[in-house]
Design a binder for this molecule. Structure first.
Ligand SMILES: Nc1ncnc2c1ncn2[C@@H]1O[C@H](COP(=O)(O)OP(=O)(O)OP(=O)(O)O)[C@@H](O)[C@H]1O
Ligand SMILES: [Mg+2]
Length: 150
């Protein structure tokens, strides 16, 4: 057993695919639960990953989610092809949303996703190019004694 090994997962996300919404973040949550990671880390990771997954489904055309669980930290990376974010500072504000009415009718578009991701992560990096897409890197610190890979 090597304590430096990490456990990884990779998912494809499709814009508008509300049927499968939450399956990527749900799988991450169950993996963390199986590993015996603390409840606090599981809760924060589940919230951050779910909001980020929803943002790809709501705002982008297509994307991917990748996670890597190491002994020190959990890293969740989401990359999408989509409209990108013109003003990241503005997008980070609570209540700011460009979600269309049909999305709001489903209960989304409160403009709380990004602030929620920020609150529940130890480090959040957003890179975006307008007209091309967005990348989010979410870091959550964890402390696992050892990861078994058997
Ligand atoms: N992956 C993305 N691609 C393009 N724009 C995005 C993306 N993620 C967020 N945004 C932009 O940032 C805004 C704020 O995002 P945030 O997640 O905070 O709110 P929301 O998705 O509109 O509503 P909520 O998350 O509460 O359902 C969005 O309305 C959108 O304009
Ligand atoms: Mg959102």
């Amino acid at each position: 057993m090597h304590i430096t090994d990490s456990i990884e997962g990779f998912f494809q996300l499709m814009g508008g695919d509300f049927t499968n919404a939450g399956s990527a973040s749900g799988e991450l949550k169950s993996t963390l639960t199986k590993l015996g990671v603390s409840q606090d880390v599981i809760r924060r990771a589940a919230i951050a990953a779910f909001e980020a997954e929803m943002n790809v489904i709501i705002h982008a055309v297509a994307g991917t989610m990748h996670y890597s669980i190491g002994s020190e930290e959990l890293k969740i990376t989401l990359t999408d092809m989509g409209p990108g974010i013109e003003d990241i500072e503005l997008a980070m504000r609570e209540g700011y949303s460009t979600a269309p009415d049909w999305v709001r009718e489903m209960g989304w578009g409160a403009g709380m996703g990004l602030p929620n991701i920020k609150r529940n992560s130890d480090n959040l990096k957003i890179d975006s190019v307008v007209g091309e897409g967005t990348t989010l890197e979410i870091i959550i610190s964890i402390r696992i004694i050892a990861i078994r890979k058997d």
